[in-house]
Design a protein around this ligand. Structure first.
Ligand code: PMP
Length: 426
């Protein structure tokens, strides 16, 4: 890609100042200066349709969130060691979106911290240390959680207390996928025990976002979850990506599968960009942890973040964003499936609500992953003004995760850009 002098100098400064661990999106990195609704703008004023960021899920710089943050910041911003009503009002409304049984919430600043806390609570409750995750999972960056995130890179070594299992990929594993997933979980539990390790929890992302976006069929995780719970493990539902109406039919991703988690970790879209995350938990599971030590997270649950969280819940309700996620998501799926009739590169189109995976293969019979082509499509769409990314161990699965604020006209733009980017490869 041809980079301007300005872009080159920003990239150089970034590497010099921030070091080598960060990665930029796209061959020609995007220099964003402003966001509004479903659009991001670069320095020249060019608009990019955001079909990837699920933090600003209800729309970039949503006026109600901006106002809630500004108003609260002007009044009080302290922490959870004082009595405050805002955090309680928000907790009540957040918990009301969960099925009965999940009745307490603890606040953190990031999804990683939420998973880390869930892990500690689960270990405390079960007295075990063993963890089961999927093969290419991502759960975050704390020491304990990074070890359970193989997708961070080949240098991540699964610790002795962890086992990884195949995610329920019906495209590659066939209709047996959910049964294989369940069998793997059963075998992982047995193997942990055979090594003298007591299992604590099954930790799974409800849509397997980094494994490759596996949403179907509904209920595909139910057997694995039932086995884990029958064996005394807790089930931690990582909703950092699939929560807050993302999957359309439900507010929470796990609900599509008819399962009941013991702990749920939340993050990303929770404050539409204001850092707020948390763990929702069954009170009896939290009890022993809470009795044995205190928990204080300086910024977790601060009034400004809670005000942002409250505004997000209000907007999802008032703007009917869950229904929109279901409707526009279905429309997008149908539109992309039509493209599959003309583009042999598309091996599979799957998803739920506003979370869509398009698996590219160089041959539909062998299903050989088309990773280079996926990269070119992602960059081709960026050149055409539509932002997506790619997922899976080989990054051959287009990851399309539009803002919930998408309208049909935005979906049409996305489909047209995808069509053109695929055409350009032919
Ligand atoms: N779990 C999942 C499924 C995630 O996608 C992420 C973030 N990509 C995290 C946890 C960690 O969240 P954070 O970056 O806020 O720590």
């Amino acid at each position: 890609a041809h980079l301007s002098e300005k872009e080159k100098s920003l990239i150089e400064r970034r590497e010099r100042l921030l070091g080598p661990a960060y990665r930029l999106f796209y061959e020609r990195p995007l220099h964003t200066v402003r966001g509004e609704g479903v659009w991001l703008y670069d320095e020249s004023g060019r608009a990019y349709l955001d079909a990837y960021n699920n933090v600003a899920s209800i729309g970039h710089c949503h006026p109600r969130v901006v106002q809630a943050i500004a108003e609260q910041a002007a009044v009080l911003n302290t922490h959870t060691r004082y009595l405050q009503e805002g955090i309680l009002d928000y907790a009540e409304q957040l918990l009301a979106t969960f099925p009965a049984g999940l009745e307490q919430v603890m606040f953190t600043c990031t999804g990683s911290e939420a998973n880390d806390l869930a892990l500690r609570i689960a270990r405390h409750y079960t007295g075990g240390t063993g963890m089961i995750i999927t093969r290419f999972a991502y759960h975050g960056v704390t020491g304990d959680i990074a070890e359970l995130s193989p997708s961070l890179g080949a240098s991540i070594q699964l610790p002795a207390h962890a086992r990884s299992v195949r995610a329920p990929d019906i495209y590659r594993l066939g209709p047996e996928a959910s049964k294989l997933f369940a069998d793997d979980v059963r075998a992982a539990i047995a193997d942990l025990r055979a090594h003298g390790i007591k299992p604590a929890a099954l930790l799974i992302d409800g849509i397997f976002a980094s494994d490759g976006i596996f949403a179907e069929p509904e209920g595909c995780i139910a057997e694995a979850v039932a086995i884990a719970r029958a064996e005394g493990l807790l089930y931690i539902a990582d909703e950092v990506q699939c929560g807050f109406a993302r999957t359309g039919s439900h507010m929470w991703g796990f609900q599509r599968h008819g399962v009941q988690p013991d702990l749920v970790s939340l993050g990303k879209p929770m404050g539409n960009g204001q850092p707020i995350a948390g763990v929702v938990v069954r009170p009896e599971v939290l009890e022993p942890f809470g009795r044995s030590m205190r928990y204080f997270n300086t910024f977790g649950g601060n009034p400004v973040s809670c005000a942002a969280g409250q505004a997000v819940l209000d907007v999802i309700r008032d703007e009917g964003l869950q229904q929109r996620s279901a409707q526009i998501g279905d429309y997008l799926l149908a539109g992309i499936r039509q493209l599959a009739q003309r583009h042999a590169l598309i091996g599979d189109v799957r998803g739920a609500g506003m979370f869509i995976g398009v698996e590219l293969v160089s041959d539909r019979t062998s299903k050989a992953p088309a990773a280079t082509q996926a990269k070119r499509v992602v960059n081709g769409m960026r050149e055409r003004g539509v932002l997506i990314s790619a997922a899976g161990p080989l990054e051959n699965i287009l990851k399309i995760r539009p803002l919930l604020a998408f309208e049909q006209s935005h979906a049409d733009l996305l489909i047209a850009a995808l069509d053109e980017a695929l055409q350009a490869l032919a």
